[in-house]
Design a protein around this ligand. Structure first.
Ligand SMILES: [Zn+2]
Ligand SMILES: [Zn+2]
Ligand SMILES: [Zn+2]
Length: 263
């Protein structure tokens, strides 16, 4: 099945431009249309008339306006950090169209965070009447656990994110591994034969909970996808000059980038 992967956001948790920073990358990112302007990380998978989103960060509303997203059929979450969950409330108007409730898929740790932050949404009594009509489907953390959605399978690929293990996802010939400092051995067999690999590459210097540029290039060599795109990118990496120095099959992602792949 033909599918499209859209980068709703490709930036790190602080976004680019980073508030209060006047570095060259942040300065250029103030210009509309600059590839250095990076909103918080999220992707949308579109297939067979359905839109499935991975993570809703603080920029979800602006991203949905930019991409003219009229419907969302399901949301998968990777983990409970602010840049991945805080936009959940902006699903409200999109959830009203779904009589059964818009399904959210998350592991227990992430579900607990979402339920705590948006307590008024999940209250059994005295629920705020216009809160999001969402249903959390709690998922196992097992490597390879499958979520079946609209004729496709989305597979959990555990990744190491600092001291935590969080969800990456594989779907058909593509995999999305945001927020990872390493990939556990058990996940490598789930990443064979990829067309598209999306990997975290925060900056040039190592970081305790995110992969850095040189490490992500090494991981691309190990996993050997046909092409790779780096996301969760900070103001440390200028789009044009970084791309010019990368191997031809590896690119920095950018907001609004759309890729066709086989699901
Ligand atoms: Zn993040
Ligand atoms: Zn900066
Ligand atoms: Zn994170």
């Amino acid at each position: 099945m033909q599918a499209t992967l859209t980068f709703l956001g490709s930036g790190t948790s602080m976004g680019v431009p980073t508030l209060g920073c006047d570095c060259a990358v942040c300065t250029s990112a103030h210009i509309a249309g600059s590839p250095n302007r990076r909103t918080r990380p999220s992707v949308m998978i579109t297939y067979a008339g359905h839109n499935v989103i991975i993570d809703t960060g603080q920029d979800f509303h602006a991203q949905a306006v930019r991409e003219n997203i009229q419907t969302v059929d399901a949301v998968l979450y990777t983990h409970g950090h602010a840049d991945h969950v805080l936009g959940m409330d902006d699903l409200r108007p999109l959830s009203f169209h779904n009589p059964a409730g818009l399904p959210l898929y998350a592991d227990d740790a992430t579900s607990d965070v979402i339920e705590r932050i948006f307590e008024y949404t999940f209250r059994k009594v005295d629920r705020y009447p216009t809160s999001a009509r969402v249903i959390i489907h709690r998922q196992p953390v097992t490597a390879g656990a499958e979520i079946a959605l609209f004729g496709a399978k989305l597979i959990r690929v555990p990744v190491t994110h600092g001291r935590n293990t969080i969800a990456g996802y594989r779907f058909g010939a593509a995999a999305y591994l945001t927020d990872m400092s390493d990939i556990p051995a058990e996940s490598l067999p789930l990443l064979r034969g990829l067309d598209i690999l999306v990997l975290d590459a925060l900056r040039r210097e190592p970081h305790p909970s995110h992969s850095h540029l040189a490490r992500s290039i090494e991981l691309v060599e190990v996993i050997a996808p046909r092409r790779a795109f780096f996301t969760h990118v900070s103001h440390d990496l200028d789009h044009e000059t970084t791309n010019a120095a990368l191997p031809a099959h590896i690119r920095l992602a950018q907001d609004g980038l759309k890729l066709e792949f086989d699901l």
